[in-house]
Design a protein. Structure first.
Length: 166
């Protein structure tokens, strides 16, 4: 009986931290936090994130890190809210000749160009974007693949095709 209780205790000690971390608790520690509201930068910040939501914000030495949290060092870095880009076209990727682009690369929009553009936005700190003109089906498919975690990209809001005259 004592061996069984000891075994359960050891299992709990080994598994509990992983279970807590599996619940999605992370701590970003040491960076300079920019709050996005115009407040002064918070040096040596601690940001507790639980299930993709910010739960608490404080400073090293004043805010405790939950046991079992995944600690991510942000020392020497600036930590800030994600950016919004209110006017993107995922199908247009750094060119200026629309006639050539649309006739040459249309078959690659959904599979290559739009996912690549979404990834570039994310790497630039853009976490939400409005796509204001692209083929509707391709836009929805790329947005849905991002939402499912299949490809990297920001949260995308789509409008569908361009509404204009050539």
């Amino acid at each position: 009986m004592k061996k069984l209780i000891l075994l359960k205790l050891v299992c709990a000690m080994v598994l509990l931290p992983n279970m807590i971390n599996a619940q999605g608790i992370k701590a970003l520690v040491g960076g300079t936090m920019i709050d996005g509201f115009g407040g002064p930068p918070l040096r040596n910040s601690v940001i507790i994130i639980e299930n993709e939501r910010i739960k608490e914000i404080g400073q090293v030495g004043f805010l405790s890190i939950p046991e079992g949290a995944e600690v991510i060092s942000t020392e020497g870095m600036s930590v800030m809210p994600g950016l919004w880009d209110m006017h993107v076209h995922l199908m247009i990727n750094g060119h200026s000749n629309y006639t050539h682009w649309d006739s040459t690369y249309i078959d690659l929009f959904e599979s290559v160009i739009m996912p690549s553009s979404a990834h570039q936005l994310l790497r630039a700190g853009v976490t939400s974007a409005r796509d204001l003109g692209a083929p509707l089906e391709a836009s929805i498919n790329v947005r849905d693949r991002i939402n499912k975690g299949e490809i990297p990209g920001p949260t995308i809001y789509v409008s569908g095709p361009f509404i204009q005259q050539a």
